[in-house]
Structure formats: C-alpha cells, structure tokens
Write a protein that binds this ligand. Sequence first.
Ligand SMILES: [Zn+2]
Length: 281
Amino acid sequence: MYFAISHLPRRSRQTPHSKSPIRTHSWPGLNQSAPINSGHFEQPEELVITVVLSPHSDDACFSLGFMLQMNPGSILLNLYTSTDFMATGRIRAVDASHLRRTEDEAFAARLGLQMKDLALPEALLRGHHPFDLRGIERDATELDEALCPLLAGICETAGSNRIDLFCPLGVGGHRDHVATLMVVIENLPVLSEHFRVCFYEDLPYASYAASRETAASRLKAWLSPRQLVRQVLVLNDSQFAEKLELARLYHSQFSAVAESSKLIPAESPSPMPHEAWWTLN
Ligand SMILES: [Zn+2]
C-alpha cells in the first residue's frame, strides 16, 4: 500500500509559539513504487500494528511502557537519538548515544519490540535550548524528510491491517517533542487514511497538571472543530511496579524521574497510575 496523495493541499496554520505559518509540505518519495530501504519491518500476525514515535530514547518507555508491554511486536521509532545528555550531566555525544542505545535495546528486547533509530541530533546538539521553540519549523521539515519515508514503509508492510500511530502530545514543550507533533499534525490528512493517530501524554512532563492541560488545550485548538477523546490505560499496583521496572532499564535517565509519581499523568483529584493518549472522535 502506498500513500495515495503525493502532494497535500497547501495550508497554513498558526502555532501558539510562532507567528509564522507551520510549514507546508509534500510527502517526498511516498508516491514511488520502489521499496524503501530504511522502512522495512516484519509484519506481525496481529490485526493491529502499534507504532510509537519516541522523540528520545526514554519517552516511549516512560509514557507508554505498559501499553507496549501489552502489544509485543510493536514498532518503536526513536527520532533524536544522537545526544550528549545524561540525567547526571552532559558527556561526549558518542558515549551518551551509545549508552542510551544499549538502554533502548534492553527495553526493546524485554518487550519484543522492533526498533529503529533515526539518529537525528537532539536540540542541544543542534544548538537550541530544548525549550526554545523559535525557528522550530525548520526542525519539523528536517524530521519530516527523515520520518515520512519510514511511515510509508510501514504502511506498505502492514497491508490492510490497522496501524495505531502514537505521537507525543508535546507536554512540557520540549523542542524535539513539539517538532514531532508538528510533523504529525501537518500530515494528519494523509496519515489518517492509513493510521489511527493517537497523541500520548509525555511523561514525566505530564505529571505536572498545568503542563498537561496546556498541551491538551493546544491540541484541541489545532484540531478544532474535530473532537478529541482521552483514552486511559489504568494500571493496578503490580502493573505499575512492572512499568517502574521497565523505566529502570533507562539507568542514565531514571534519576530524573526517580519518584514514581513522575510516571503518572496529573489528573485531579488523585490519579491512579495510568497511561493516557488522545484520539480523534
Ligand atoms: Zn523526550
């Protein structure tokens, strides 16, 4: 299966962070019939294929670790995996990237995931403060060019099976998370033909109520008048303990979220452990 639309209608949309219109876009290569080298994945037998876009090496685990555990064979696409960032401080990029790759490999092996790294440099290595969104449209363009051929390859492999595509909601406003969200939003008309798009609440950022609500409101405004529905996967005590065990596979990052409450989306008055994402109604 190939994307039927090679050129999207030109649109413009304002982001809350910039007065310049979000980048307009065409899908490079998606109308080509040749196999896409970097986008080949084995086709699982399940009728639903789960694909998670993880801006950094730990986002999928922290935000959706238990959901992924319930869906072996899922596809994990790590985007900005060239990094020098550790919870304890910055080190040589080659060392940090390698260490975090080993953590990802352990996570993927434990859950039986198919994993692919785009190896894009994260915000700090691109010379940006991680929470400064100025000029983010260019980042989104670069990510688009790397990511969209991969998604096309997954569609090709999936055939008529349903694909659930999990994209970060961008809670907390990290530049790499928001760029990911922008690419998915911009391509939503085409993606929706092939994927059931889900916007997940990024942890640990979503453990802060104000950040979570701001991101949810932003998405609702962007997609209005379409309605969004919050989906919740509630974890009992033993399931949450399993999730924490998965999070601890990320030794280099887990100290930043050492408190278990940082792995629970904030939802008043007293949230049960859960993972959450938003779907279009
Ligand atoms: Zn991240």
